[in-house]
Ligand binder design. Sequence first.
Ligand code: ZN
Length: 78
Amino acid sequence: MNEQEKLQAIQNRNSSYDGKFIFGVKTTKIICRPGCPARLPLEKNIVFFGTMEEAIEKGYRPCKRCKPKLVNQSQEGK
Ligand SMILES: [Zn+2]
C-alpha cells in the first residue's frame, strides 16, 4: 500500500481500509481511520501512522467520531 493508495482510501472513505492504517491531520492533531465520516482534511495536512502509539507519541489524539483506538489494538493496559 503506497501513500497514493492510502490517500485515495481516505478521500473515498473506503472503510475496507479500516484497520490497515490510520492517519493524522496536522492542523487539528486528530487521528482518524480511512472511513471516518468527519470532514476530509487537505491532502497536505495528512500524515500517516503505522500505529496509534506512534501517533500519540507525536501529540495526536484519536478522533471521537471514528474512534481509531479500535484499530491496531494490541493490549490496552488501562
Ligand atoms: Zn475520525
